[in-house]
Design a protein around this ligand. Structure first.
Ligand SMILES: [Zn+2]
Length: 263
């Protein structure tokens, strides 16, 4: 469907003036994938579904910024439900094994420099990475890594899974599998942990402002890295590069990471 045809469909949706909403897509019919923005004397629309190319704007310039804001302004969205930090989260200084984990997985610098909020959960015996929603500045959840072999699962998700764990404030970002890798890279690039090997649609709003987005999942998941890069490109990201790794990023020191990405 070309731009004109799309605009006709959009105009016939009985849109409210000066309003942003997320709704079912009238083109691909997927639920809640369409963002519509009628603020600022224009109509902008964008569908996030991988199979759907619907997007456009009528009068006025709209950038991806508005998509970001629309995502984060949607107050009833589950991605925004804030998470109450349990009493069992203590400083990792209280637990030697937790300290050792941070040291051995190159999380120490990001912890000491406050790029990451890291705790020790005495109830579950886990090192915990607190997930912040940068748009609301609220705690969205946390990710806990088990410190002994008998604790299952190895990685435990507290609270919402809709916000990725992000560490660092660099212009370029790298999508990684776990929080430790996100911390390890954060002196060089912003680390974004998927907590797995698949991208969730609600993550998109949190990764769209970076100059270059590298995808560097663990060594055994290079094929998945390429799949994620492809998915991002299909959603309008043109600045995506895959980095194949010889080992997981959490095992590299900051200067080694710099040479992996920038030499
Ligand atoms: Zn669509």
């Amino acid at each position: 469907m070309n731009y004109k045809q799309q605009l006709e469909v959009i105009k016939n949706l009985n849109l409210k003036q000066d309003h942003k909403e997320r709704t079912d897509c009238p083109f691909c019919h997927n639920s809640n994938t369409m963002l519509i923005d009628t603020t600022g004397n224009s109509i902008g629309w964008y569908c996030f579904h991988a199979s759907c190319k619907a997007k456009g704007k009528h009068e006025g310039q709209k950038t991806m910024d508005y998509v970001t804001k629309t995502f984060s302004n949607k107050k009833d969205d589950t991605e925004l439900s804030s998470f109450k930090v349990p009493e069992s989260f203590k400083s990792p200084f209280s637990h030697e094994k937790a300290m050792r984990y941070l040291q051995n997985n190159n999380c120490w610098d990001s912890f000491m420099m406050n790029r990451a909020d890291i705790k020790y959960d005495v109830a579950q015996d886990r090192v915990v990475f607190v997930v912040k929603n940068k748009y609301t500045n609220e705690c969205a959840g946390a990710v806990g890594r088990a410190l002994n072999k008998d604790t299952y699962p190895k990685w435990f998700m507290y609270g919402s899974k809709h916000v990725p764990f992000i560490c660092g404030e660099c212009d370029d970002a790298v999508i990684v599998e776990d929080c430790a890798s996100a911390c390890a890279v954060s002196g060089v690039l912003t680390g974004i942990a998927l907590m797995g090997t698949s991208l969730v649609d609600t993550h998109l709003a949190h990764i769209m402002q970076y100059k270059t987005i590298y995808v560097a999942l663990d060594r055994d998941a290079t094929t998945k890295s390429f799949a994620i890069a492809k998915e991002l490109r299909s959603k309008g990201f043109t600045n995506v590069k895959v980095k194949a790794l010889e080992d997981d990023l959490k095992y590299f020191k900051t200067d080694e990471i710099r040479s992996i990405f920038y030499d």
